[in-house]
Ligand binder design. Sequence first.
Ligand SMILES: [Zn+2]
Length: 191
Amino acid sequence: MSKQGGDPDHERGSDRRQTLASLLGAGLAGATLSAPGRARAEATRMAPIPGDELFMRMAIAEAAQADFPFGAVIVRDGNVVAAGRNQGTSTNDPTAHGEMVAIRRFVAARPAGELKGTTLYTSGEPCPMCMGAILWCGIGRVVFAASIEELATKIGQIMLTSRAVADAAPFATISITGGVLSAEALALFSK
Ligand SMILES: [Zn+2]
């Protein structure tokens, strides 16, 4: 079994130090990591729960119709309340990632405060732009299928994990689950 096919939770737990070191350069990383943890957010790892695959299939169904195969749904109290798919070319908007479109649709219909405590399912791990938006919106949980590392084998990615972005946001508390139906999400790139 390949490394990427392994236990996603375990893989998510792969060394954050290594990620930061690659981002910051070895010299800086040591100093940063030795600093007190007070500025770190609580970005907790969470194993998949019942229902995750159901909602992920909806996100992947959105992705299947997208300009680039990325889709997202936002779930509140067990119900899908917004969905989005990448519309980067059809709307002439490179920021129209699936997550951004779902969030914009949500706030077009509901108070933004109701995003707090929702779960966002996305076929691809949120990029730094989308993860920033997710954190600003107070979304409580993110579930993704394919990781940025996996997506980078298919399409250009900013090599910064959702966890790294969340960990840099001291105001945010969020849980992150990765690897739910990642093979199905990645398969869309072959179509
Ligand atoms: Zn994005």
